[in-house]
Design a binder for this molecule. Structure first.
Ligand code: SIN
Ligand code: FE
Length: 288
């Protein structure tokens, strides 16, 4: 079962001890959540007006593209809004440098998102419904085995927690669903890339991960009966988690920041714990 490992870090650029760095790495790669209960992201007075769900187009997230620094997902492309999200990105990078320095040579920065929309009661298709337990895998963004490491910070101004469910281990999920998954169709991946459906080639790994994501969400009995527990993340706290590995569901809450990082598995301390290596071991084949 996913555990919560607490670290008493209070500032984004705080020097972390070797023990803290070791504890964070051990927990994350082992499929636990690293909770930083005192690490808050403080909005400037003038930024408080951005705690407004109507800023996000069609109830989605507002996000910063690391390639060009552009803000997407909001028709109010105000520079101060962009600046707030960028400040979160910079804080995230500082935390990474002090807490997970061994990842620095290999890690890649992904999008930064601001999520001002209430999660509870939001209507979406079952595939996009993050209130169902899932591991992260996105149809248009194959990772080819790279890890998806995410940092979250709850900034709700009136004390509303972010409520998640956390499920069983990645190996447990994989063992449950693998017998019923299909093999990739030969030749489909280059075609999808060529047609622009995927941003890069969908590897056999991506193919299996997408199916795991979809099968988990589509299986009502699994959602109800899988081993799980509820975790509340208070405003003023941050947490780190490998969302490609940890079964999670966001049940309620509003006003969240999130930073995505991608880590090639050779940047991990123990790559054998990666979903890629776990799937390869269970399937007895390479998933390149
Ligand atoms: C998710 O990654 O499934 C959603 C997390 C959140 O918005 O709390
Ligand atoms: Fe997710």
């Amino acid at each position: 079962m996913t555990e919560i490992v607490n670290l008493p870090i209070e500032h984004w650029d705080q020097a972390c001890s070797l023990q803290q760095q070791d504890a964070a790495l051990q927990a994350l790669e082992g499929g636990d959540v690293v909770l930083l209960p005192h690490l808050a992201f403080t909005l400037h007075e003038a930024e408080r007006r951005f705690l407004d769900p109507s800023l996000a187009d069609a109830g989605k997230n507002i996000s910063l593209n690391p390639a060009n620094g552009a803000l997407q997902g909001s028709r109010d492309s105000l520079e101060p809004l962009r600046g707030m999200v960028e400040r979160y990105a910079q804080n995230s990078a500082a935390l990474l440098r002090s807490l997970l320095p061994s990842y620095l040579p290999a890690i890649q920065t992904g999008r930064t998102s601001f999520r001002p929309v209430e999660v509870e009661g939001r209507t979406t298709s079952w595939r996009k419904d993050d209130t169902r337990l899932h591991v992260d895998s996105f149809p248009s963004s194959p990772t080819q085995g790279k890890r998806i490491l995410r940092l979250f910070t709850n900034v709700h101004p009136e004390g509303r927690p972010r409520t998640w469910r956390l499920g069983e281990s990645f190996e447990g999920v994989a063992q449950h669903f693998l017998p019923s998954l299909h093999r990739p169709v030969w030749g489909s991946s280059p075609m999808m890339h060529w047609l622009g459906i995927t941003k890069s080639r969908r590897s056999a790994y991506d193919h299996f991960m997408l199916q795991l994501h979809d099968r988990m969400k589509a299986d009502a009995a699994y959602q109800a009966k899988a081993p799980q527990h509820t975790q509340q993340f208070a405003p003023g706290s941050s947490w780190l988690v490998y969302t490609d590995q940890v079964s999670h569901a966001a049940m309620a809450g509003q006003h969240l920041f999130e930073q995505t990082f991608y880590l090639p598995i050779n940047g991990m301390r123990d790559a054998s714990k990666s979903p890629l290596r776990v799937l390869e071991r269970l399937l007895r084949r390479e998933l390149v």
